[in-house]
Ligand binder design. Structure first.
Ligand code: TRP
Length: 456
């Protein structure tokens, strides 16, 4: 029986450590960097509502499925999928799901690290007081000059990859726990402070209206796909990250309870980031749809104006780097565990191999902001393509198959057992969700987006 299976890579010391680690994985650049800018690009309130619906109806049920698969298999996602499929008398080809997850992890981390590098360089910049007293225009110039310089983007990307691989090489459990326990609450408090600053601007209400008043004429089929893709991205779903973390989860922990905690924490952080950023955007006459630079063009304005802004700015970007760090680790962990399990590599060697590959791929993203910024396919740069392919296609497809696997391939009793619902009503809600609602919803969003794609 699967209950007896143990992961060779270890186990979390308690359910609480799992919640911290999984929250550390979920809360990252997705919440603070990506959520505000895609909300800005997709018109605001209506996009936010679609995103929240996707979290509740698609993200939460799939997160439960992903954790339970991980805990039942207790290996790297590739081997877990194979073992569980064979155990249920199905094809070993299900391991392809693990493969696509490993690939998605490499692709995402390669650009994630470059953006985390931006945040690192902003730690240094805020610390030296560069932003003090500057207006939005000058701050925008600083950002553009930074992007135009591949050497410095490359430097920070390299540093961030080294930091990530350092933790992964030591095993995700050591060190991570302390970091997340202390840093996540601090990040939360700083975000509250920024929302406090946003309240003092003359556009707080305008910002909130943008974020929370839906105008459904502003959302397109593609916008709905982006909202769904982001639900996967922000909860770290669809590529095996949560699966591998689930594989270290003690058998006694409640999967539903932990999932709710993680999803709520993640959503609150994203909404707070939006509440901090949009008032600053509107009170400075900035453009909400200005793209991936949004937080780097807006938050420094706030830090430049508030009392002790250099201190708070530095602290904020440090915490953002830590949030990115604890997310980055989970992007590469599935690949590393697989190299250890199937190639008998030492953890360190596995880290060097996978870290180097990711780092190299990151060069494409570095260049896409400067020397390759005109090299586009379907109007998208290398970075845009990677982001679109992973968040809007690979993760939702991965999630779809995870839901199908838990609901149609694994035995009902095994699933029920693993979830360990104390009350059967929980299972009676969840099971039809993953069996019908979630897969159908993902497919509808895909078809809707294909219908909406304008090839002309
Ligand atoms: N969720 C993280 C964020 O919002 C990014 C991340 C970490 C991720 N692990 C992942 C995204 C796995 C997709 C899949 O910043």
């Amino acid at each position: 029986m699967a209950e007896g299976r143990q992961s060779i890579h270890g186990q979390w010391s308690s359910r609480w450590v799992f919640v911290l680690a999984a929250t550390g994985s979920a809360v990252g650049l997705g919440n603070i960097w990506k959520f505000p800018y895609i909300t800005g690009e997709n018109g605001g309130g209506a996009f936010v509502i679609v995103y929240l619906l996707c979290i509740a109806l698609i993200g939460v049920p799939i997160m439960m499925a992903e954790i339970l698969i991980g805990r039942r298999g207790r290996q790297s996602p590739i081997n877990t999928m194979r073992t569980l499929a064979v155990e249920s008398g199905r094809s070993a080809h299900w391991q392809l799901l693990g493969w696509s997850g490993v690939l998605a992890g490499f692709l995402i981390l390669s650009f994630y690290s470059v953006i985390a590098g931006w945040a690192m360089s902003y730690v240094a910049r805020s610390g030296s007081g560069v932003f003090v007293g500057l207006g939005a225009e000058q701050i925008d110039e600083i950002f553009s000059a930074f992007l135009a310089d591949p050497t410095s983007l490359f430097f920070w990307h390299t540093l961030f990859m080294l930091m990530t691989m350092f933790v992964v090489a030591r095993g995700v459990r050591s060190g991570l726990e302390q970091a997340v326990r202390f840093l996540m609450p601090s990040l939360f408090i700083l975000l509250l402070l920024l929302v406090g600053y946003a309240m003092s601007t003359d556009a707080f209400v305008t910002g909130l209206e943008f974020l929370f008043t839906p105008d459904f004429s502003k959302i397109t089929g593609n916008g709905v796909l982006v909202a769904m893709g982001h639900a996967f991205f922000t909860l770290s779903l669809g590529m095996g990250a949560i699966m591998i973390y689930g594989s270290y989860l003690p058998q006694s922990a409640s999967i539903a309870g932990t999932t709710f905690t993680i999803a709520i924490a993640d959503t609150v952080v994203a909404l707070l980031a939006g509440m901090a950023i949009f008032p600053i955007v509107f009170s400075n006459g900035l453009e909400p749809g200005s793209g991936p630079g949004l937080i780097f063009q807006t938050l420094p304005v706030a830090f430049g104006q508030m009392p002790a802004g250099a201190v708070f700015g530095t602290l904020f970007f440090i915490l953002l780097v830590f949030a990115a760090w604890s997310s980055a680790i989970s992007l590469i962990e599935p690949a590393v565990t697989w190299l250890v399990e199937n190639h008998g590599m030492k953890r360190l060697t596995a880290c060097l191999v996978s870290g180097f590959t990711t780092w190299l791929l990151g060069v494409g993203t570095v260049f896409s902001f400067n020397i390759w910024s005109d090299a586009t396919l379907f109007g998208k740069t290398f970075f845009d393509l990677l982001d679109y392919l992973t968040a809007n296609i690979m993760l939702p497809l991965g999630g779809l198959f995870i839901a199908l696997f838990a609901a149609w391939i694994m035995k009902r009793d095994a699933v029920r057992d693993e979830l360990g619902f104390k009350q059967s009503v929980g299972f009676r809600i969840w099971y039809p969700l993953v069996r019908y609602v979630t897969p159908v919803a993902v497919v509808i969003v895909f078809l809707n987006a294909i219908g909406a794609i304008d090839l002309g």
